[in-house]
Write a protein that binds this ligand. Sequence first.
Ligand SMILES: [Zn+2]
Length: 286
Amino acid sequence: MKRHHGRSRFYGALAGAVTLAVTAGGCGAAHSSSDAAPPSAAVGTSASGSAPAVDTAAWRKWGLSPLPAAPEPPADKPVKLSATGTVPVLAHIPTAQKVVFVTLDDGAEKDPKFIEMMRDLKVPITMFLMNDAIKDGYGYFKPLQEMGNHIQNHTLHHPVMNTVPLARQKEEVCGDQKILTHQYGTAPLLFRPPYGAYNANTKTAVGECGPRAIVWWRESMQINDMQYQAADHKLRPGDIILAHFRGPGELKGTTMTEMFGNLLKRIQEQGFAVARLEDYIQAPSA
Ligand SMILES: [Zn+2]
């Protein structure tokens, strides 16, 4: 995993990104979860009187203490997508709010406990679903969708997009778009390229198949901690975090809910709230 120091180098590297290491292993075994957070009394950290009451007991059930409540999303959305033209690539959302966005890819692991966890915690997630991983259980994701979470495009078969021709890229994006639209009743607005790999043809394929932006990431969740793009290993306002629907087989015995709990702890340690990505992105007006 290459480390990119500084923002301009990071963005320069995006264009040439080939296969990012999104493997489960590799990183952060040092953080064992001995810090099963004592549910401190300092729950109502949100100064805003309008924030909904935090269900501390629900968080405690999962060995967690509540994250700060997400602020109201800006009325004027910081990202505005166009119905035409080349699709942009987003690795973060320009915002001064102390929020990050959690994205979950693929869809192979379908742990019922994770649905229970999301019902309890109400943390917003964005799901980039890949048909090969979900076709044995489209229904699993519907309760997550009903909680307000959006389902987005992640190809039919998970190829390394910049190694296949335009026609194949279009099959991959348009095919997943069609199935997701049929299964979930709404057309994906966003596309996540497998391994983060894309080229000019990917942008063409994405634009022609319906999604209006490619979504990259700034941090990648492993088992206990994140891999950071930033050299200082700190979250920044508006960062998009990549995680996966993975279970013990991919996580060295760690469950999906344990991994997700670890992610929330790492976010909480840095004082961030989790906001909904789609609340910061304006779809093209019809
Ligand atoms: Zn993937």
